[in-house]
Design a protein around this ligand. Structure first.
Ligand code: UTP
Length: 295
């Protein structure tokens, strides 16, 4: 056991417009669109729970009230399930929500970028390290990605980001890290480059939407400087933080689905459906039939 303070809080930025999912996102937040039978966001909250997170901080925006309702108790529904003796359904509802007092909601009044969304959580997080999980990235693996990161963090302290390999040709689309000293369970990051020009990336490892950050990031975000796309970018402040604090990379071993894109979302649905024993056989057989029509 390390004597480092336990990582207790996780931030979930859920205030974006989700324009790639219009028209659905006109009325439904993209984080609430379902993979099989539960919202994308639930999978990411589950990953944080598995890593021992105790407090869940949601940075929401206008038209996202349904997210707060989702994590609340629905007495009418639960009483009806009780009356109908639907024990399994009741247990699912009860097991999935954070403990009373274990979640906070704050609003990003304008979607000014991911960095700004994270900054909106500063008072709730306070002066302690925190996890940041981008809810549209679903990371499927035996051991949850954040749990693996916490294990590394307990040894290294500092800041930790999860990375995974991409096709080197595609590196220009991502935030790419440089690989330094290898450590037990990770490596020291030498540099971070956002969307490197083709042929200039320091590696093919990209930051995949999971972070453990020190609270000093909030001071850096406070300047509200606009970066790429005229948005307040998290990466810009991470680069400043890296001048004074170490960053470590955790290699995620598993499969990631970018549910912010249509392709990733559809694939995630198929993949998670095939993990469910109750529907696996039927979905698998029907899928084969559908795919056989592709020539
Ligand atoms: P994205 O850029 O993928 O989300 O941000 P988006 O803007 O909603 O999606 P598109 O491109 O219009 O389809 C990654 C995460 O950061 C949150 C988003 O909600 C998403 O979960 N985010 C982004 C905010 O909370 N606030 C922002 O200002 C921007």
């Amino acid at each position: 056991m390390s004597d480092r303070p336990k990582l207790r809080k996780a931030v979930f930025p859920v205030a974006g417009f989700g324009t790639r999912f219009l028209p659905a996102t006109k009325a439904v937040p993209k984080e609430m669109i379902t993979i099989v039978d539960r919202p994308v966001l639930q999978y990411v909250v589950d990953e944080a729970m598995e890593a021992g997170i105790e407090h869940f901080v949601f940075v929401t925006g206008r038209n996202k009230g349904v997210i707060e309702d989702y994590f609340d108790i629905q007495f009418e529904l639960e009483n009806t399930l009780k009356a109908r003796n639907k024990k399994a359904e009741l247990e699912i509802l009860q097991s999935l929500r954070p403990m009373a007092g274990g979640s906070s909601f704050t609003r990003q009044q304008e979607a000014l970028g991911l960095g700004h969304a994270v900054w909106c959580a500063r008072d709730i997080v306070g002066n302690e390290p925190f996890a940041l999980l981008l809810p549209d990235m679903l990371l499927k693996s035996e051991k949850g990605c954040l749990k693996g990161m916490v294990e590394l963090y307990e040894k290294t302290g500092g800041n930790v980001v999860a990375v995974e390999a991409c096709d080197p040709e595609m590196a220009f689309k991502y935030g790419i890290v440089g690989i330094g000293e290898e450590l037990d369970g990770g490596f020291r990051i030498t540099e971070m480059v956002e969307k490197p020009a083709p042929g200039t990336a320091p590696s093919n490892l990209f930051i995949n939407g999971r972070y453990i950050l020190q609270p000093e990031i909030f001071k850096l975000l406070e300047t509200q400087e606009r970066g790429a796309g005229d948005e307040i970018q998290l990466t810009d402040s991470m680069l400043k933080l890296a001048k004074n604090q170490p960053f470590y990379g955790y290699r995620f071993e598993g499969t990631s689905y970018d549910c912010g894109s249509k392709e990733g979302f559809v694939l995630a649905n198929v993949s998670y459906a095939l993990d469910r024993p109750d529907i696996r056989d039927k979905v698998g057989a029907d899928l084969k039939a559908v795919l056989s029509q592709l020539s």
